[in-house]
Design a protein around this ligand. Structure first.
Ligand SMILES: CC(=O)N[C@@H](CCC[C@H](N)C(=O)O)C(=O)O
Length: 371
């Protein structure tokens, strides 16, 4: 596939972002693309809304897996692209359109000229929410094609095209989603003394939650508590009976996450008491840290530099990735691929440069052929 063909696939996929475990059109698109490839060495299994594609190696001693996540986000697109999302309120704002295109571009190359080792392409649903990696890993389909090694990439808006960044050990954080429901007593705005105002309770909770990291976490450790969404009330001149906070927590150490949860619950008890209300906490999905196996770093750096690209040592990030579950079970690594966008991940204006698609395919193909 040349760069124009890669661009077309990326644009087709960009138009049809779907949320976790709803990726039916995406799965159909992937299947159609794969059906048009030479079939001699390929086998395909469906898993929920995802796919596993196995390429038979010429003289295999192992199976190397490459994972691409396939879901979009509930974000309104603001790119102004002619090929913008046709699904209202949903967007590929985390680059999974790129991840899939790079996997398909690589699959197209290895299906024509298979490498020595077997290759397993994992098109994994629901990376953003609620997490597809763990159930995919536990599936029968995966068990029958269990790989010996695995790797994956994520686009990096802050790096230029042609630059790859990664590091040995911890790359991405442990994560936990956070959903907090408040129940008080609604009423007329003019009679606040007869009510229990949940807009106020949720607001105070939000402010107080910001002191958890600054006052409970060791300053030499790192953690994040972010409330990304507040909803509550029904009308401007009414007191809100209910409110909801939605957020996420991130830590580099697994036991620091336990500390955050403990503080989140303690804070809820205090607010329940002072606002005479009920609070329910749900931690949604939790992702395990992404920890790279150091033995891959030097060979991978050599692959990247031999292709004429730049390799930089990255810092660990507070982003999360359910690929961490795969790396917990299977040796391998993850890397950032530079795509040079003025707007970052999870931003409605994210515009990764499409020249990075071919860079990604070159690196993934060479890695598969070299490992
Ligand atoms: C790379 C990236 O942006 N990943 C997401 C993963 C989401 C984890 C989970 N749904 C949560 O919100 O905690 C991220 O937000 O880091």
């Amino acid at each position: 596939m040349n760069s124009e063909a890669l661009q077309k696939v990326r644009r087709d996929l960009h138009k049809i972002p779907e949320l976790g475990f709803q990726e039916t059109k995406t799965q159909e698109y992937l299947l159609q693309f794969i059906e048009e490839l030479p079939q001699d060495y390929i086998e395909v299994k469906k898993w929920r809304t995802g796919l596993l594609v196995r390429v038979q190696g010429t003289d295999p001693s192992k199976t190397i897996a490459y994972r691409a996540d396939i879901d979009g986000l509930p974000i309104v697109e603001e790119t102004g692209y002619a090929f913008a999302s046709t699904h209202e309120g949903q967007m590929h704002a985390c680059g999974h359109d790129f991840h899939m295109t790079i996997a398909l571009g690589t699959l197209a190359r290895v299906s024509q000229s298979p490498p020595r080792e077997n290759v397993l392409f994992l098109f994994q649903p629901a990376e953003e929410n609620p997490g597809g990696a763990l159930p995919m890993l536990q599936s029968e389909e995966m068990k029958t094609w269990w790989p010996d090694e695995i790797f994956a990439l994520h686009i990096a808006p802050e790096h230029p095209v042609g630059t790859v960044a990664t590091k040995e050990g911890l790359l991405f954080a442990n994560t936990s989603e956070l959903y907090i429901d408040f129940k008080g007593k609604g009423g007329h705005a003019a009679y606040p003394h007869l009510t229990r105002d949940m807009v106020l309770a949720a607001s105070q909770y939000t402010v107080q939650a910001q002191s958890i990291v600054s006052r409970a976490v060791d300053p030499l450790d790192s953690a994040v508590v972010t409330i990304g969404k507040i909803t509550g009330g029904t009308v401007q001149n009414g007191i809100a009976e209910t409110a909801r906070l939605e957020g996420t927590m991130r830590t580099f150490k697994a036991d620091t996450m336990d500390l955050l949860k403990n503080k989140i619950e303690g804070l809820a008890k205090g607010i329940e008491h002072s606002h005479e209300c009920e609070i329910k906490i749900d931690y949604g999905s939790n992702y395990y840290q992404v920890k790279n196996d150091g033995t891959y770093m030097q060979p991978f750096q050599r692959i990247v530099e031999d292709l004429g690209y730049s390799f930089v040592e990255s810092k660990a990030a507070m982003t999360g990735e359910d690929f961490g579950y795969m790396l917990k079970e299977i040796p391998g690594f993850m890397f950032w691929l530079g795509v040079d966008s003025d707007y970052g991940l999870h931003n409605g204006s994210l515009k990764p440069k499409e020249e990075a698609l071919e860079v990604g395919v070159n690196i993934v193909e060479r890695t598969i052929r070299s490992l």
